[in-house]
Design a protein. Structure first.
Length: 247
């Protein structure tokens, strides 16, 4: 009996030690967007327009960008990966930076959207996640499935988080699960973001914002109102809003 208790204590200590080592690090993600799938889903397109889009934008590999996330127990930083790489068209290259402060539950976003540069500050409000009874291996980490919705963009979100990396953040604007989000997709593969490499320990070079941030400063709620109105107006004009707003 004593030996069993001792083994249990050792396993708990080892598990705690491994978790403690996994709270600081850097993740390289591949951000892949499939414009043909997105366009084909637009309700106002004719069949002829859909066929033309499939010919023009159809790509089995999508159009991808490398992104980078750095995380600590109290914060995370996210931007384009290095070496800088964009496998898309030049007008998709844009400023995009997210800093989450987990201590005071606030965020800062610096990004080009809707034809302007925005500096957005607000409070972190986690999506309403539902954890599902499915698991998946990503880079040697057993990840659990969780689903949510974005009511403003009309998106179904499926995420995979690693509970052995106990930081509640992830790539892009995804966060709020009991473990680092290593992959997620929107609307069954219209957008796929997935980790390609994880390095634990203090990052060699910390992500930094531009020294001078120039742009329109808005609150988080003001920015969401702008996005909602832009999507509504674009839909009424039968225009694809995803060219101006990150999908």
């Amino acid at each position: 009996m004593k030996s069993k208790i001792l083994i249990t204590i050792v396993l708990i200590l080892l598990s705690t030690g491994l978790r403690a080592q996994n709270i600081v690090g850097e993740v390289e993600y591949r951000y892949k967007i499939f414009y043909d799938k997105i366009y084909s889903s637009l309700p106002y397109l004719t069949e002829q327009e859909r066929d033309r889009i499939l010919l023009s934008w159809g790509s089995p590999d999508g159009y991808s960008t490398r992104m980078k996330l750095q995380f600590w127990p109290d914060k995370s930083l996210y931007t384009y990966g290095e070496p800088y790489e964009v496998r898309s068209y030049s007008w998709q290259v844009e400023d995009y930076f997210i800093a989450n402060n987990l201590e005071d539950q606030t965020y800062l976003k610096y990004m080009d959207q809707m034809g302007k540069t925005y500096i957005v500050r607000g409070s972190l409000n986690a999506p309403k996640w539902r954890v599902m009874n499915e698991i998946r291996d990503i880079l040697g980490h057993m990840c659990m499935k969780a689903v949510s919705e974005d009511p403003i963009k009309g998106q179904k979100i499926t995420a995979w988080f690693a509970s052995d990396i106990p930081v509640p953040i992830g790539p892009e604007e995804q966060f709020g699960l009991p473990g680092l989000i290593l992959a997620y997709d929107i609307n069954d593969g219209m957008l796929i973001v997935e980790a390609e490499k994880i390095t634990f320990g203090e990052p060699a070079e910390i992500i930094t914002l531009p020294k001078k941030m120039k742009g329109r400063e808005v609150t988080g709620s003001e920015y969401l109102d702008l996005v909602s109105e832009f999507i509504k107006t674009s839909t009424e004009r039968k225009q694809a809003w995803m060219w101006e707003i990150r999908y």
